[in-house]
Design a binder for this molecule. Structure first.
Ligand code: 5GP
Ligand code: ZN
Length: 112
């Protein structure tokens, strides 16, 4: 756990959140500032700063396997978007790896 990381504090239940899914290695929570009717963040319980810092395929693989589960739970059969922002240029604001799952409305492309 990184003491300065807001997502680590959420995982540790020091900060409340709306949990959608949880197992030994990962947690999915509702984004506090949703950009669409469904906006969920899937993250590993271990602190990993961003996608470039992931140390093995298993970590990333099991995280991405949660996407389909979330889509089914949230009934996103019309589609959705997965986003992983990385670093300043990527618009990452919390340095704890997370996958955004955004859906429930027509999304536009390209992103800004
Ligand atoms: P990023 O910009 O790093 O890709 O995404 C960070 C996301 O975390 C943002 O969409 C932001 O709304 C969300 N977020 C920031 N702080 C909190 C929080 O305390 N609780 C929850 N549930 N989401 C948060
Ligand atoms: Zn963290």
């Amino acid at each position: 756990m990184d003491r300065n990381c807001i997502f680590c504090k959420i995982i540790d239940r020091q900060i409340p959140s709306n949990v959608v899914l949880e197992d030994e290695t990962a947690i999915a929570i509702r984004d506090v500032n949703p950009q669409a009717p469904t906006h969920i963040l899937i993250m590993p319980k271990n602190h990993i700063a961003n996608i470039t810092q992931a140390e093995n395929a298993e970590t990333l693989g099991s995280l991405f396997m949660k996407v389909g589960e979330i889509a089914r739970l949230e009934k996103l059969e019309k589609g959705f978007r997965t986003v992983v922002n990385t670093g300043d240029d990527g618009g990452q604001t919390v340095d704890h790896l997370h996958i955004h799952v955004i859906g429930g409305r027509q999304l536009h492309w390209p992103p800004g």
